[in-house]
Ligand binder design. Structure first.
Ligand SMILES: NC(=O)c1ccc[n+]([C@@H]2O[C@H](COP(=O)([O-])OP(=O)(O)OC[C@H]3O[C@@H](n4cnc5c(N)ncnc54)[C@H](O)[C@@H]3O)[C@@H](O)[C@H]2O)c1
Length: 469
């Protein structure tokens, strides 16, 4: 099929390259020319394992292209919307990018045949209808301007429906996005239109049936599952599925962090507790790790959006609000631990290990590390930081933060009063603590992800603080 993906970010690029890989002809559109320049040179503008290879394969097979204009929409069978939906101050969702994308798509549709518009961005419930309206308006304005490609029809009314808006939420995880797109745990399609359902099923057939040839760089599916479940549902349920999944995962982490605080008070070890509790298959071991809490572009904004949706209907989602509060407070736990031992933060040098919100990505959106850095600076500390890939994105995201970015753990450790492990990069799991001991000014380590052995740290001469242990 001919596919257009509007928004070449984390989701759009991975979706586009995977669809090209399984045989579709894909054009990824983006409004950011600097990003397009990097993509057209054959490289990924973001750090995502396997993405560079996917772009290379897309170019080699001539099934992948990049563009800044919407011309390809006219000839497409399926158009994905994968633009950002960042949070508003109010807790709601900034839908301006979706609005622009939908209106532009509407202006460029070919009104003579059925085209599917797929909303993959995470949007509040009911956005499918809204996108349909925007597309119609875009179309009408194009017809008014007598653009040749909009001459056939002026509206997408029910009787002459030539475009259908489908919800298809995305569940990929940054850091393993390519893997997740080849081996998803489910594909959710929200539409009652039979023809659209069939087109979407056909689009994803190689993934659903798992009958593609795996790219050589990609590890095999870890749990050897067979066909991928396809969930076909109504648009509102589809949109709710995405919010519910993220809200549940975020709540699970906040739950673990609340239990961690109790563990710490009573002298229990959260890592032992979580391990044993997670062995119960009804609970499961994933997302039970205590630490500095969740961050990233999705959990916070999706939880806030779900709360805002509930409140619009007069509901009070207590559990969701509590999950958010616990998470915000968790970032302070690190500061409190530093204050417990160093007392005064003014004039102290604090070394942060990790800037991205999680390992294997350069994404620093809502990163706990940057919040902690900001707080430490406010308290008068000097902050040094090192991340294996995210130094550059942190610099760009927070030019206001006076952080000294370092090229290695050793550089961060030199003359530090405390080291804080904020992101659980593999590199930080096996720190050479004995050598670091000789570099630091005072041997304090806050392991905000519980990834190092406290006994080993103490043996190397460090005062060790974990979370809930
Ligand atoms: N990042 C994730 O892990 C993830 C996972 C699942 C779902 N989502 C959802 O997917 C959506 C996209 O997230 P993302 O992280 O990929 O965002 P992103 O910010 O990385 O990418 C969005 C891209 O859209 C481009 N864009 C914005 N408006 C445009 C327009 N009118 N025309 C063309 N391009 C335009 C931007 O330049 C940017 O490159 C969001 O709704 C997000 O909630 C994200």
């Amino acid at each position: 099929m001919k596919v257009v993906v509007v928004g070449a970010g984390y989701v759009g690029l991975v979706t586009g390259t995977v669809l090209a890989y399984i045989g579709h002809s894909v054009t990824c559109l983006d409004s950011d020319q600097a990003k397009l320049d990097v993509l057209m040179s054959g490289r990924a503008p973001i750090f995502e394992p396997g993405l560079d290879e996917m772009i290379r394969i897309g170019f080699e097979t001539k099934r992948l292209s990049f563009s800044h204009d919407y011309d390809a929409v006219e000839y497409s069978d399926v158009v994905f919307i994968t633009v950002g939906t960042p949070p508003l101050e109010t807790g709601g969702v900034d839908l301006s990018y979706v609005k622009n994308a939908a209106t532009e798509i509407g202006k460029h549709l070919d009104s003579g045949r059925l085209q599917i518009i797929v909303n993959k961005s995470t949007v509040p419930v009911g956005c499918g209808n809204w996108v349909e309206m925007l597309v119609s308006q875009g179309r009408e304005s194009a017809a008014d301007n007598s653009k040749p490609h909009a001459s056939g029809s002026s509206s997408a009314g029910a009787s002459e429906r030539t475009c259908v808006v489908v919800s298809n939420p995305e569940f990929l995880r940054e850091g393993s996005a390519v893997y997740d797109s080849f081996f998803p745990e489910r594909i959710v399609i929200g539409t009652s239109d039979r023809q659209a359902q069939n087109i979407m099923r056909e689009l994803y057939t190689p993934i659903l049936e798992q009958n593609f040839t795996r790219p050589s760089f990609l590890e095999p599916c870890r749990d050897k599952r067979g066909a991928i479940p396809l969930v076909i549902t109504d648009p509102a349920s589809s949109e709710m599925i995405k919010y519910t999944a993220n809200a549940f995962l975020a709540t699970k982490i906040s739950f673990a962090n609340e239990i961690a605080a109790i563990c710490e008070s009573v002298g229990a070890d959260i890592t032992e507790v979580s391990r044993a509790v997670g062995l119960d298959h009804r609970i499961g071991k994933e997302f039970l790790n205590a630490g500095v809490g969740w961050g990233g572009s999705c959990f916070g904004k999706d939880l806030s959006a779900l709360i805002a949706i509930a409140e619009e209907y007069g509901l009070t989602p207590n559990i969701l609000s509590a999950a958010k509060q616990v998470n915000s407070a968790q970032r302070w736990v690190v500061i409190k631990k530093l204050q417990t031992t160093l007392k005064i933060m003014k004039g102290r040098v604090i070394g942060l290990l990790g800037l991205s919100f999680k390992p294997n990505t350069d994404d620093v959106r809502d990163s706990p590390s940057l919040d902690i850095a900001e707080q430490l600076i406010k308290l008068g500390a000097a902050v040094k930081a090192y991340d294996p890939v995210a130094n550059a994105s942190a610099r760009i995201a927070r030019p206001d933060l006076d952080v000294s970015y370092c090229d290695s753990v050793e550089e961060v450790a030199t003359d530090s009063n405390a080291l804080v492990i904020v992101t659980e990069w593999d590199e930080f799991r096996s720190l050479r603590l004995s050598s670091l001991r000789n570099l630091v000014r005072t041997p304090v380590i806050v392991d905000a992800r519980n990834i190092i052995n406290p006994t080993v740290a103490r043996w190397a001469g460090f005062e060790y603080f974990g979370i809930g242990r």
